[in-house]
Ligand binder design. Structure first.
Ligand SMILES: *Cc1c(COP(=O)(O)O)cnc(C)c1O
Length: 231
């Protein structure tokens, strides 16, 4: 099925949940993104700074770019002038750097704090305690040029649907807790970025406001390293 049809299909599926579609276009060529664009898709997610910055330069200016992958502090400057939302703020040091670059660009940058909800060693993010400590800290209060609009989390890569559901429900609980305990003019818990191709329905049922869907729309990704090892 074409990318255009997939965009329509997923929009339709998400409608009843009131969840926004972030089309995850990493590794895909501009032509593929333009197919989605022609169907009205404006929110695109990328996980590499260079690729995101290049596509932003080459593609229509009304696209809203979402940084969804682990972000290194020394690369924030390349996306700070234009990024729409950074989903993957996973440490206080990164938040400080984003704030610094936001000040330089004379803008406010919307951020989601990434929370570690999975039962895996490899996922980045704050624990619940770290998150509360950070939001309550004096240092955070000084980061006036970032606006925390919600949380992002990734569930464990498992077939156990109930485990995935528990992890998403836990993220929703943490979000509700912050909404009631943190009173700051640059925090508002409006967004919950959770759910990808394999688990987006569970995420929607547990309160996701943005799903990040890649392979279901654009097809599977070919990473050069994987191809080489298989050859
Ligand atoms: C690649 C990626 C996605 C999309 O994954 P699919 O399984 O292709 O839908 C979602 N979130 C993050 C953080 C990603 O890196």
């Amino acid at each position: 099925m074409s990318i255009k049809n997939k965009i329509t299909e997923y929009r339709e599926k998400l409608r009843k949940y009131d969840t926004r579609l972030i089309a995850v276009s990493k590794t895909k060529p501009n032509e593929d993104l333009l197919q989605a664009y022609e169907k009205g898709q404006r929110d695109f997610g990328e996980n590499k700074v260079q690729e995101l910055a290049r596509k932003a330069e080459e593609l229509p200016k009304d696209i809203q770019w979402h940084m969804i992958g682990h972000l290194q502090r020394n690369k924030v400057k390349y996306i700070a002038p234009f990024v729409h939302l950074i989903h993957s703020v996973d440490s206080p040091r990164l938040a400080i750097e984003i704030n610094k670059q936001a000040v330089k660009n004379n803008r406010s940058i919307a951020c989601l704090l990434q929370v570690y909800i999975a039962d895996e060693e490899t996922k980045f993010g704050f624990s619940e305690d770290e998150l509360l400590d950070f939001l309550n800290s004096e240092g955070f209060g000084n980061l006036k040029n970032i606006k925390v609009t919600g949380l992002m989390g990734m569930a464990t890569n498992t077939d156990d649907q109930e485990q995935i559901r528990r992890e998403f429900a836990n993220l929703k609980r943490i979000s509700d807790r912050i909404a009631s305990e943190i009173n700051s003019d640059h925090v508002s818990m409006q967004e919950l970025s959770m759910g990808m191709t394999s688990d987006y329905i569970i995420a929607c049922e547990e309160g996701s406001t943005m799903v990040r869907i890649g392979s279901a729309i654009f097809g599977s990704r070919n990473y050069p390293t994987t191809q080489n090892t298989q050859a």
